[in-house]
Design a protein. Sequence first.
Length: 305
Amino acid sequence: MHIFVTGASGFIGSYLVKELINCGHQVLCLKRITSNLYRIEDCGDKINWVNTKDNWMDKFRDFNPEIVFNLAWDGVSSADRVIWNKQIGNVQFQQTLLDLSLECKVRKFIGVGSQSEYGDFEGTIDESYPAAPKTAYAATKLACLDILRSFCDINNMEWYWFRVFPQFGPMESGTWLIPSLIKSMCTQDHMDLTPGEQQLPYLYVGECAKAIASPINAGDKSGIYNICADNPLPLKTIVSTIRDKVNPSFQLNFGAMPYRFGQSMYMCGNTKKLSDNLYHINTSSFGERMDETIQYYLNVFGKKK
């Protein structure tokens, strides 16, 4: 199929594009002039690119895609998530893409949201849990969902919205938990932490990409879907396991820092709807994938294991 993808140079987007290519699809990806393509440099010759500064809408029309994946998002860093003006621009971009998709008779439009749309919660929740966003980032994601749903329902276009829970894997931004932990273990001798009792359902990013790609071959199963691991682990267990593999002498000072105000201790997404309609997530290779991830960052930070 002809598939148009935004956000292809990002963490999840790069894995999605590789999945699409491996399945034999023709892919046209939108990028900024400043985009760093290191995550997909090994398959760059199999990807058609168009820059945002070029006449990308005409390229879209010429390509005539059947499916659109919109993973691009301006303002994903923690500092940017509270800047309303930066976040609002994502709504306008999605609308431009939706209008173009309608013009070209795109059959399916897939957007990627976040667990943050649910706000603060405790326990395992499904997609019926009320959304209560706490940041500009989360509120704008929710606004994009509402617009996507209404626009596609009115215009008889299939739509899918994936709420993504924590991910891990090689090539994640260095500011997130696992790469930043490994960097500290390679360059320092200790780290102060909370007690680490909060449980986190980390999912390998390759499984996430397969779930996001799953609507391609599905009948009309439009809707909101959680993408989450089914094996939440205490943060203390995750951190200690990484420490034992990276630097056993590294000192972990659990309890040296307090939990943040309102810290949720258990957050997990129920994925029964995803499994029943589109894709069954497999977490059996968690240990193997974590070892692969650790080795990748050891190489990045200059410490061979």
